[in-house]
Write a protein that binds this ligand. Sequence first.
Ligand code: KIV
Length: 259
Amino acid sequence: MNENIKKILNKKNNSKLVCLTAYSKNIASILDKYCDIILVGDSLGSVLYNYKSTKKVTLDTMINHSKSVRLGVKKSLMVVDMPYNTYRNPKEALKNAKLVMKQTKCDAIKLEGGKKIVSIVKRLVKNKIPVLGHLGILPQTDKKFTFKGKKSFERNRILKEAQQLEEAGIFSIVLECVEIELSKVITKKLSIPTIGIGSSVNCDGQVLVIDDLIGLTESKFRFVKKYINIKKIIDGAVKKYKSEVLMKKFPKTKHSFKT
Ligand code: KIV
């Protein structure tokens, strides 16, 4: 088993897992020092390309961004999201996951879904492809993005699917917008770590989209905490640059070449 995956499993009941998304090398290299997992999420569809849904994200786009991220990740576990319609059955999933692993040199892939993907997970794991699961809101297929676990049938289904996925061999699972008490129960019942996004402190770890955390997006999701307004900082720097160019204060001789 990949040493980084062993480390992730060992954190269960010991220490929280720190996870963030990255879509390129420069950001990934900053996050790498602090993260256990860096996820190349298909959220890049909305964050970078303004797509209304992640359905439009292609395998090529994921591979290209992941190659860039790989250059910045030295110690964290690097996970790549398999986009919509690239894992409709075990054969298709294996072919595409192998391609992603080979081209991007990532450590694992992430799949959204419950019982529908159990046979797919089994096939991938059998072929030594580590899989991170994803339950709760499933952005690739859900029509409504409301939190999960309001009704008891839904709570039972999500818990059962989490257990089925664990049995199928996933090494960890993202829980997206899962109700507080339900994430507590799932986290307690599973022996693999749960990673929450909008699913409370009850999870074994947390993940956020880095662009939301640093204030590059206008995200209004309840679960997002903006730690800095990086847009404002960039704005200030570019404004100063513009003014210095117009006033001929930049470049100075030290920025130029002379024989
Ligand atoms: O696509 C993504 O970025 C994700 C995380 C938010 C978990 O799936």
